[in-house]
Ligand binder design. Structure first.
Ligand code: AMP
Ligand code: MN
Ligand code: MN
Ligand code: MN
Length: 281
């Protein structure tokens, strides 16, 4: 049997990825992934089709989700692994976040309108294959398709981040709630790409302390969002806090930023992998 290759963070077109779940799973299998977690933002409806495709390709599918959270002034992402996608608390919590996304999108479009970009709400929805899940990436792809900006990375920089015309502040789920829903559904809460949060090291320690106290059990150490220099840093923080380590590409679309699915280095040896006690892994 070939070596296990875990990719525990990726997106389908149920959120802001481009590939339908079955195609994403096929790509993962083709890239040598043996255990894949689909972790769409705030929506679990891709897990059914992904599960069928995983069975076809002979790989293991882990039920996942990536929950948007506000923690003070910061937006955080909490990945839930091994969740029960039918758990009523989780289902209701995610539905609430999706409603908030719709409201934010309408405000974003008003702001962009004032900046001279017309009809962006309709445009963004045209780029959202799942009309229940609208996000900044759909606006970004609309602006690129309109020829207004050359690529999504530049759209974010010029329009969609704090201080730019299309940015709208938003209240996401509370950290305690997101971790609570994940745990209630039998899952494991993992702090996604900690290296991406714009906070000093003291604040990061405070976050890890609070996250663990609330029932969080892991952090992403090797992710497409970290530089190789950040791997040992977060491996050490995981060890210091007694947290497990996760590994995932955060793949969204072929040729669109970050790393391809299944193409990440191994976790540093000092890490205890989040999958260390998963059955059959
Ligand atoms: P949202 O959850 O709707 O606020 O959108 C966040 C998503 O936008 C992330 O999950 C990424 O997929 C994407 N994103 C955020 N920042 C950037 C960036 N600077 N460049 C490209 N994509 C980004
Ligand atoms: Mn995304
Ligand atoms: Mn994220
Ligand atoms: Mn992600």
């Amino acid at each position: 049997m070939s070596e296990a290759n875990f990719d525990l963070h990726c997106h389908s077109n149920i959120s802001d990825g481009k590939l339908p779940p079955a195609e994403l799973v096929a790509r993962a299998a083709g890239q040598g992934v043996t255990v894949l977690a689909l972790t769409d933002h705030d929506d679990v409806s891709g897990l059914g089709p992904a599960r069928n495709a995983a069975a076809e390709h002979g790989i293991r599918l882990i039920n996942g989700v990536e929950i948007s959270v506000s923690w003070g002034v910061h937006t955080l992402h909490i990945v839930g692994l091994q969740i029960d996608p039918l758990h009523p608390m989780l289902v209701a919590g995610l539905e609430g976040i999706r409603v908030g996304r719709r409201e934010r999108a309408a405000k974003m479009a008003e702001h962009l309108d004032k900046a001279g970009i017309k009809n962006s709400l309709e445009g963004a929805y045209q780029h959202a294959d799942n009309k229940n899940l609208i996000g900044r990436m759909h606006f970004a792809r609309f602006l690129v398709a309109q020829g207004i900006v050359k690529d999504v990375r530049t759209v974010f920089k010029k329009y969609l981040v704090k201080g730019k015309p299309g940015y709208v502040g938003h209240q996401w789920a509370k950290l305690a709630d997101a971790v609570g829903w994940i745990n209630a559904s039998g899952g494991q809460a993992v702090l996604a790409h900690p290296g991406r949060y714009d906070m000093g090291s003291a604040k990061m320690l405070e976050l890890l302390e609070e996250f663990r106290a609330l029932g969080g059990v892991g952090i992403e150490v090797v992710t497409g969002s970290h530089t190789p220099e950040q791997y040992p840093h977060f491996a050490n923080l995981a060890a210091k806090f007694g947290l497990l380590s996760s590994r995932g590409s955060d793949f969204h679309a072929p040729g669109e930023g970050y790393r391809d699915i299944g193409r990440l280095p191994a976790l540093p040896t000092l890490c205890t992998p989040i999958w260390h006690d998963w059955a059959d892994c």
